[in-house]
Design a protein around this ligand. Structure first.
Ligand SMILES: *Cc1c(COP(=O)(O)O)cnc(C)c1O
Length: 421
């Protein structure tokens, strides 16, 4: 056997061994099969559906909706945003009951919470006029903050973060002070995967007398999160990435119990009012998390998340994180061994403790490579200008498939570079 063939055999064996030793391997069967998909490397953008959800949706049509009809609002739907929020809080967010709600989209919840935070009565009005955010944050976060700053006459203080390692503690310490109203950060950077120390940053922001809002879109469901223990004020996140809630599934918001009564969100709707069916003349906000709701909750969109949380709970977030670290380390090691010579760079922190659940690789040809890969059923995603993002959802990913996907990346890259003059 040639050395190269021997190496390939060893690698395949390593990946197969990792699959055999994987305590979460059994959960892969729970997902709907995807014929023709060799490797799904985008579970961080859109999680895969569960078989159980197909059944749940059918039952829902026949039962809760089809037969119970409007009675289901009284029996279950009316409180579902709060009940599902509590369950999400317990299983994924480290949040005691009464602090999490499922509603709207991340963008809309971000708007509501940021507005509520900068307008809060105790915010020493007139002096705390800055919102701190990094320029590498997700577009929606930056856009919402800029819009609110314009609307409320506030300033945005931009942190220019390192594209690979993310915002540093020193940068934050320099940006946050007695003018800061609110700091908005992502726990895991959507491009690089850089992971921030939520507890340490929250403490730093509190020491300056400001509030902090964490965007958990790229961390909920893949990393241990302890919002209560970390003293977090506010958080938002989507449920369709690692949480597997399905395309356009509603988002979640967390508001620490001690803050709820002083925060008023701007989209005053009947579903967030004190007595929803009083059809009152004036808006009085409900007490507790209900006040962060606005209109009729998207019940159909919440159903897949119910199943997904069951699987996440049975696997355990800690075990999910352990597998996630093995998966991302597998990618990093594989690339060091096979792609280094092709000029591929690692755009994600090397230290597993400093990264979340995805790995981004850099190469000028990756846009063309991604299109080639998609046509073969190998599905990573591309982030401008040159990033191939490999997102590994631990519950639905295996090492042998991952390796096949990485081999396809290497081959597609070789084809793309061979086409170059
Ligand atoms: C995916 C993502 C969003 C998405 O916002 P939507 O309103 O759900 O479209 C927001 N912020 C971050 C950091 C994300 O990764």
């Amino acid at each position: 056997m040639s050395t190269e063939a021997a190496q390939t055999t060893r690698r395949r064996r390593d990946a197969a061994t990792l699959d055999q030793l994987d305590p979460l391997a059994r959960h892969r069967e729970a997902f709907v099969p995807a014929p023709g998909v060799l490797a799904y490397l985008d579970g961080n953008s859109l999680g895969r559906p569960l078989r159980a959800t197909a059944h749940r949706l059918q039952e829902f049509i026949a039962g809760e909706w089809g037969t119970e009809l409007i009675r289901s609002w009284d029996e279950r739907w009316f409180d579902l945003p709060l009940a599902l929020g509590d369950r999400l809080g317990r299983i994924v967010l480290g949040a005691a009951t009464g602090q999490t709600v499922v509603a709207d989209s991340t963008t809309v919840l971000l708007y509501k919470l940021v507005r509520a935070a900068v307008d809060r009565p105790s915010a020493e009005h007139g002096t705390r006029t800055e919102i701190v955010i990094d320029d590498g944050n997700f577009p929606t976060d930056r856009f919402v903050i800029e819009g609110i700053a314009a609307e409320r006459g506030l300033q945005v203080r931009w942190i220019s973060a390192d594209p690979v390692t993310g915002v540093s503690t020193d940068q934050l310490a320099a940006a946050v002070g007695d003018r800061t109203a609110l700091v908005v950060l992502s726990q895991v950077d959507y491009r690089s995967g850089a992971l921030l120390d939520v507890e340490a940053v929250t403490e730093l922001v509190h020491a300056a007398g400001a509030l902090v809002l964490w965007d958990l879109c790229h961390s909920a469901g893949v990393l241990p999160i302890h919002l209560d223990a970390w003293g977090v004020d506010l958080a938002v996140g989507c449920s369709y990435k690692y949480l597997g809630g399905g395309p356009g599934a509603p988002a979640f918001a967390y508001v620490a119990a001690g803050l709820q009564e002083e925060l008023l969100q701007p989209i005053q709707g009947w579903m967030g009012a004190q007595d929803v069916f009083a059809m009152a003349d004036v808006y009085r906000p409900a007490t507790g998390m209900r006040r962060f709701l606005s209109g009729t909750p998207p019940i159909v969109g919440m159903l897949p998340l119910e199943d997904s949380l069951t699987v996440i709970e049975s696997a355990g977030v800690q075990a999910i994180r352990e597998k996630s670290e093995l998966l991302t380390a597998f990618v990093v090691d594989w690339c060091d061994e096979h792609l280094d010579a092709s000029g591929v760079t690692l755009l994600t922190p090397r230290d597993p403790a400093r990264r979340g659940g995805h790995v981004t690789l850099g190469h000028a040809e990756f846009e063309a490579v991604t299109a080639d890969l998609w046509s073969q059923g190998v599905i990573p995603d591309f982030r401008r200008p040159n990033g191939l993002r490999i997102g590994l959802s631990p519950l639905s990913s295996g090492f042998v498939d991952l390796e096949a996907g990485l081999e396809a990346v290497a081959e597609a890259l070789a084809r793309a570079t061979a086409r170059q003059p």
